[in-house]
Design a protein around this ligand. Structure first.
Ligand code: ZN
Length: 312
């Protein structure tokens, strides 16, 4: 297998995960989780979204949270839906901004009640204010691998949006499988198209596990040469506009698999498992992540944490 020596994970539970909760998680508890992520060696966190607190009350503490995050070595991104959000995020000292448009007109209309062109035009002001303040912008493309309203999404549609992001100065493009419709062959095709048509584009893959294919998709992308992925502690997350959307790839499960395969993530497995268990305890219900239940592979560590499986 042709595998890269290292991979960078961008932790999205504080935004994608906390956004998907029914109730507001108090800021102190969010900070406890972010602190535990920092201790595990996470270097990139999508910390929150500067959205209207009426529309998304779960993230109404965005400015307060950003004022209190542990700064040290971590790069904090904030999602912004409009210029006001971008201004607030910059004032709150976000290190990066993330803007989002859907790959299909139907999903974008449902999500933000605008056409794709209207969304992209609205981002011009965000790119301008970000440039003025020397803050990098990442462009995300929702439903890149399939849309619940349209079905298949042509790779060329995703490439076109990526091109318009890059021409506006975006440093990276996130290809999000918002509804978990990607399969390993589609991922290979998409990554291949990017390598052919936008070979210098820095792409980040964001997989949801609605149909159980997320880890296979990650492996497929990895063998195709992708080294940047979004993951969420415990496998939290889900699109609030997609009924029963499943979570993201669990960070600790991805760290486990990659490190076992000799791929460096810079993240401490035991510490990230502790962080996932803390999150589960705070939320009070079971999360999809598997490695926090089974423990690491090292029998000395596993025995101490979850006991040895007695059955088959
Ligand atoms: Zn997501």
């Amino acid at each position: 297998m042709n595998l890269p020596p290292e991979v960078t994970l961008r932790e999205v539970a504080p935004r994608d995960g906390f956004l998907s909760l029914r109730d507001f998680l108090p800021t102190d508890q969010k900070l406890q989780i972010i602190e535990s992520l920092a201790q595990a060696g996470i270097s990139h966190i999508e910390a929150t979204s500067f959205v209207s607190s009426k529309a998304v009350p779960q993230l109404r503490d965005a400015a307060d949270l950003m004022a209190r995050v542990p700064r040290n070595h971590i790069n904090y991104a904030a999602m912004v839906p409009n210029l006001t959000g971008a201004q607030h995020a910059i004032a709150a000292k976000a290190d990066q901004l993330v803007v989002l448009v859907s790959a299909t007109e139907a999903h974008n209309k449902k999500n933000v009640r605008r056409s794709i062109a209207e969304s992209l035009a609205e981002f011009d002001a965000i790119f301008a204010v970000a440039k003025e303040n020397k803050i990098p912008v990442i462009g995300a493309v929702a439903v890149s691998f399939g849309c619940p309203y349209q079905g298949d999404v042509p790779e060329t549609d995703v490439i076109r949006i990526a091109e318009s992001y890059l021409s506006r100065g975006a440093i990276s493009v996130i290809l999000a499988d918002t509804t978990g419709m990607a399969t390993p062959d589609r991922v290979q095709r998409m990554v291949g198209q990017f390598q052919d048509r936008l070979p210098r584009a820095d792409i980040i893959l964001h997989f949801h596990n609605n149909r159980g294919t997320a880890m296979a998709n990650l492996l497929s992308a990895l063998t195709a040469g992708t080294t940047r992925f979004d993951t969420a502690l415990g496998g939290m997350g889900g699109c609030p506009y997609v009924p029963q959307a499943a979570g993201n790839l669990p960070t600790e499960d991805v760290v486990y698999m990659l490190e076992e395969m000799g791929i460096n993530t810079g993240i401490d497995l035991e510490a990230i498992i502790r962080a996932a268990r803390l999150l589960q305890k705070i939320l009070g219900y079971e999360l999809p992540g598997q490695v926090m239940k089974s423990g690491p592979r090292d029998p000395k560590l596993a025995a101490g944490t979850c006991g040895i499986d007695q059955g088959f």
